[in-house]
Each structure stands twice: as C-alpha cells, then as structure tokens.
Design a protein around this ligand. Structure first.
Ligand code: PMP
Length: 360
C-alpha cells in the first residue's frame, strides 16, 4: 500500500482513495474494452457511455432539472471570468459583482473589457475576511456574479446573496461546489474548476439554464459560445476525457456518502474540529469573521511570521502538507475539501496542540 500523507492543498487537492483506486483499475482497460480510459476516442461508444453517466449522476446529486445544461469545458474557472461577459454583457449594459476576494476581483476585471461593471458589495476594507451583509445593485444589471467560497481568505456565503427579483445569478463555486445541499434552481449559471472538490485540473463544470444559453452573443468565436458546447454535448472539440471520467467517479463517491446532505454534515463536523480548537487556542487564531467562516478553507495565524514559518516547517516534516497560507494573506491555511477525512483534521489539531504546548 502506497503511503499517503495529510494533504491540505488548496487545489489541485486530495481525491477520495476509492476514486483513485477505481481509476487505476481502468487505466489499462476501461471495463473489458481492452483500451484504457485515457485512450478511448471521445466519439466512441465507451466514452459516450461514461459521459452520459457522469451527467446523469451530476443531475441526481444536485437535483438538476432539464431546464439546465451540464457542460464540461476547459481553460479553468479563469476562462469563465471572460466567457461570461463575452456572452452576456453588451457595451451599454452593466454587470454587478460581489467582490469578496482576489478571484472575484479577477472576474470583475475581465468583465470590464466588455461592458460596464458595478461593485454591488465588497469586503476589501478588511482584506476580504468577511462576507458583506448588504449590497447595492445597479438598475437592471445584465447579471449578478458572486464567488460562493473565497479560497484564499476562508470565507463562504452561508446562502445565496439576495438579489433583485428576476436577476440573472451567476456563481463561481470553484472551491465549494457540492460541499453541501444546493438549490440549483436559484441560479442561472454555476461554474467550478474541478481541481478542488470534483477531480483533477483541466476540466470546468458549468451548470447553466438553457434559456441563458440562448441569450449568448453569437458574434464571438464558436469555442467561446456556450451554445456550441451545449449543442454538441461538450464534444464540439476533444473534451478533457480523463478529467470528466474522474469527476464521474467523484459524483458516485458523493452519492455513496449520502449525497450532498451526507457530505454537508461531514464537512460541518470536520470544520468544527478545527474551528473549536482555534477558538480556545492561545497561540493560533482564525482570520475570518465567525459568521463568514468557510467549511472548505480554514486560514489561521500565530500573529508572528517567524513562528508561522516554524510551524509550517515542523508540520511539513510531520506529514501535514500544503498548510502554507496564500501569499496574499500569509500564515497557514488548511483546505479540507469533501475528500479530506475527519481523522486528518483531528491529527492536525493534536499536532497544533503539541506545538502550542512546546511554545508555552
Ligand atoms: N475561482 C476560485 C474561487 C478559485 O479558488 C480559483 C483557483 N484557486 C479560481 C477561480 C481559478 O481557477 P482556475 O485555476 O481553474 O482558473
């Protein structure tokens, strides 16, 4: 058995062992086809069956109706930052953004290339350590965009932001997709790079209302129109077949954990272990406001950069990898996505507690 360590990476991130084991089995031959999963043509029967099953399981998982298309795109979540305004923002229109971190900022910056933008709310004044409670929207925005979980700062929307009735709601859910139950019918478009909660990097899941797809700009390159991918079942060109396959295994794994309700409860329990420790610790402090704390990414600091470095170095030696905080925040960050086991969080807390005792 290969030794695996506690991987707190923010992404690409830990995947369920069961998923990796099943993938390993199918690497040389997908079922009894005699051809490995990565070697099958995307136009062949075997891969089309995989694709259909992945889509069906995605629908089942989040109860997604036929009013929505499910697309598997490339270019990462970062390509959605420009594809969205290219398709849905005309030069004379305004798009509203809730700016809760660097990724949201990158998204609004791309929109500025295509039309007007309005920052409906921002938490920049305190380095994005909270989710704004109020927002001021422009009149009749082309759409409202928000980032459901702010990977770097460890903040997460508890529920969807309240937006004016009839708004087109678009969400970057890259770092918390399917971490708990979600009412997809409240959204017009949800996108997520796979490399945190869904699979390997290289595939982006896009769940979008068919009615929105119809509204997209027809003057832009075909590869950048959502309708192209919707009309061709994500096979207009060669899709990221291996990533889609792994995403399908992850969907099945989530269904086996009791679906979104099951993983949601497990994620809450897991995060509580670390938050409870941080609340009573005299050395380590959580950096996000209590009412905005994320289930997925938990940043913390000692308040002393040298001590942070010493902690990260000691933790790495002890088999806790990926704990260094993002360069824009510093300190530490434990990313504990769906696949991260509770036992690993408990081990981290024991290690932190020992480290703290040694400092005292
Ligand atoms: N949005 C969020 C919330 C992210 O965390 C990230 C990546 N960490 C991105 C977008 C960018 O994703 P990608 O690297 O797939 O372009």
């Amino acid at each position: 058995m290969t030794k695996r360590i506690n991987n707190f990476s923010a992404g690409p991130a830990i995947l369920p062992v069961e998923v990796l084991e099943e993938a390993r089995e199918n690497m040389l031959s997908l079922g009894d086809t005699g051809i490995g999963i990565m070697e099958h043509s995307h136009r062949g029967k075997a891969f089309i069956a995989v694709l259909e099953e992945v889509e069906a399981n995605c629908r089942k998982l989040a109860n997604i109706s036929d009013d929505y298309s499910i697309l598997f795109l490339q270019g990462g979540a970062s390509s959605q930052f420009f594809m969205i305004p290219m398709n849905f923002l005309q030069p004379d229109q305004t798009a509203d953004y809730l700016v809760t971190g660097v990724w949201a900022k990158k998204a609004i910056e791309q929109a500025q290339r295509y039309g007007k933008t309005h920052t409906a709310a921002s938490s920049k004044d305190r380095n994005f350590c909270y989710i704004p409670k109020t927002a001021t929207y422009s009149d009749n925005p082309a759409y409202v965009h928000f980032t459901s979980n702010n990977t770097i700062y460890g903040t997460q929307w508890g529920t969807e932001p309240e937006v004016p009735a009839g708004s087109t709601l678009i969400c970057d859910a890259s770092s918390d997709i399917f971490c708990r139950p979600i009412d997809v019918s409240k959204y017009d478009l949800i996108y997520a790079g796979a490399q945190k909660n869904l699979g390997p990097s290289g595939v982006t899941l896009v769940i979008m209302k068919k009615e929105l797809i119809e509204r997209g700009n027809k003057e832009i390159p075909e590869m950048l129109q959502y309708r192209t991918h919707a009309e061709n079942d994500s096979c207009y060109n060669t899709p990221p077949t291996f990533g889609i396959y792994i995403m399908g295994l992850v969907f099945k794994w989530i269904l086996n954990q009791g679906g979104l309700k099951g993983v949601g409860e497990a994620n809450q329990e897991k995060a509580n272990v670390l938050y409870r420790f941080l609340e009573q610790s005299k050395l380590f402090k959580s950096t996000a406001d209590v009412d905005s704390r994320s289930l997925m990414n938990i940043p913390f600091v000692t308040g002393n950069e040298e001590l942070d470095k010493a902690f990260i170095s000691a933790a790495t030696k002890a088999g806790f990898d990926g704990l260094k905080g993002h360069r824009s925040v510093g300190g530490m960050r434990a990313s504990i996505y769906n696949a991260f086991p509770k036992s690993g969080v408990e081990e981290l807390v024991r290690f932190m507690s020992d480290f703290e005792a040694k400092q005292a």
